[in-house]
Design a binder for this molecule. Structure first.
Ligand SMILES: [Zn+2]
Length: 332
C-alpha cells in the first residue's frame, strides 16, 4: 500500500511540476529569465515548494522530468506564437521595407493614419498607464522594447502583446557606442529571442537607440532584413516638457503615414502619461486614426501592389500610378 502511495505521489509531483512550468510561462514569468531568480530546478522539487511531506527518496527521474518539462515549454511557445499570429501581431515586413530605414510611409491616398510608438519599456507603472490610455481610446500602437527590460518585466511585455500592440526591437542594453558585428548580434538577436520567448512575437522591426544609424546596429539590422523604423514627429518627451509643449512637438510635421516618437520606459514618464490623452484628442480633431507600424507598412505595400497591377493591366494607367517608393531615409 505504501509503495502504491509513493507511486501516486511520484505521478502527482510530475504533474505539479509540469503545471507549474506551463503556468509560469503563461503568466509571462518565464522561468529562465525570471528576475526573481527562479531556478528551473526549483520546479523539480515542488514538494518542498508547496510545503508537503517529502518522501526520503522521491525516486523522481530528473532527466525524464526535464525532457517532459522541455516538451511542455515547446508547447507553450507554440501556443504563444499562435496567439500572436491570431492577433495579427506577426505580420511579416513587406519586401520593400526589408533591410530599409524609413521615417514614415508614403500613402498616395493621403489617408489620415498615424502610428504612435513608445520606446525603452517595458517599465513599471508607466507602461501599464500608457496601455490603459490606449485601451480607453481603442488605439493599437507599437512598442520598441529594450531586451533587458523585457527580461526584468516579462509580465508587462506580455501585457503589451495581449492588448494587441505591435512590438519592435530596441536592443538589449540601449547603448550608443559603436558595435562590431558580434556586439550588434548580441544586442539585437538576444532581444528578439527574449521578445519571442516572452510574448510569442517574432519581431521584424528595429529602432536604434537614440536614432543612431551609424554605429553598426542599423547595419546589422539591415543585414538581418529588419525594417529600421525611425520617426517623423518627436514628442521630445525625454526632456519632460509641459503638456502644451509636448503636444506642440508631437504635432509638428505630422502627415498621413507619419510615425510619432514617445517613451513608456527608461525613466520617469509621468509627463508622457499626462500629455497622451490630450495628444490623442488633438490628432483625432485633425481627422487622424491610429494604426501600428506593421499596418502602416502593409498599407503602403498594398498601394504599391495595386499600382503595379494597374500598370501591367493598362500601360496608359502608368501616368496615373501613385508614387510608390518608400520614404527615403534621412541617413544611411
Ligand atoms: Zn530608446
Amino acid at each position: 500500500m505504501a509503495k502504491y502511495d509513493r507511486f501516486l505521489w511520484r505521478e502527482k509531483t510530475t504533474l505539479i511540476a509540469l503545471a507549474a512550468a506551463a503556468s509560469s510561462f503563461i503568466a509571462g514569468l518565464m522561468l529562465p529569465v525570471n528576475p526573481q531568480g527562479s531556478d528551473p530546478e526549483i520546479l523539480l522539487s515542488p514538494t518542498e515548494k508547496m510545503g508537503h511531506h517529502t518522501p526520503e527518496k522521491s525516486g523522481i527521474d530528473i532527466l525524464a522530468l526535464k525532457a517532459q518539462r522541455d516538451e511542455a515549454f515547446v508547447k507553450v511557445f507554440s501556443r504563444l506564437e499562435q496567439e500572436a499570429q491570431d492577433r495579427r501581431l506577426m505580420v511579416s515586413v513587406p519586401t520593400q521595407f526589408q533591410g530599409k530605414t524609413f521615417q514614415e510611409v508614403t500613402l498616395s491616398s493621403k489617408e489620415k493614419v498615424i502610428a504612435l510608438t513608445f520606446d525603452d519599456g517595458p517599465w513599471p507603472k508607466s507602461t501599464l498607464e500608457v496601455l490603459e490610455i490606449l485601451k480607453k481610446n481603442n488605439i493599437k500602437a507599437t512598442f520598441f522594447m529594450v531586451g533587458k527590460n523585457v527580461k526584468n518585466f516579462p509580465h508587462l511585455a506580455r501585457q503589451v502583446s495581449l492588448d494587441g500592440h505591435a512590438i519592435g526591437n530596441h536592443t538589449w542594453s540601449h547603448l550608443y557606442h559603436r558595435f562590431n558585428e558580434t556586439g550588434a548580434s548580441s544586442e539585437i538577436d538576444r532581444t528578439s529571442d527574449m521578445i519571442y520567448q516572452t510574448t510569442g512575437i517574432k519581431t521584424t522591426l528595429f529602432r536604434p537607440p537614440g536614432g543612431h544609424l551609424k554605429n553598426g546596429l542599423a547595419a546589422y539590422a539591415h543585414k538581418k532584413n529588419y525594417a529600421v523604423v525611425m520617426w517623423s514627429s518627436d514628442s521630445r518627451d525625454y526632456s519632460r516638457p509641459s503638456v502644451p509643449l509636448f503636444i506642440k512637438h508631437a504635432l509638428t510635421g505630422i502627415t498621413p503615414g507619419g510615425i510619432v516618437l514617445m517613451h513608456d520606459g527608461g525613466g520617469n514618464r509621468d509627463h508622457t502619461v499626462r500629455a497622451l490623452p490630450q495628444l490623442i484628442t488633438e490628432y483625432k480633431k485633425r481627422g487622424y486614426r491610429f494604426v501600428t507600424v506593421p499596418e502602416l507598412m502593409e498599407m503602403q505595400d498594398k498601394e504599391v501592389k495595386l499600382a503595379a497591377a494597374a500598370k501591367s493591366a493598362s500601360p496608359k494607367a502608368q501616368s496615373a500610378a501613385p508614387k510608390t517608393q518608400p520614404a527615403a531615409p534621412k541617413t544611411e
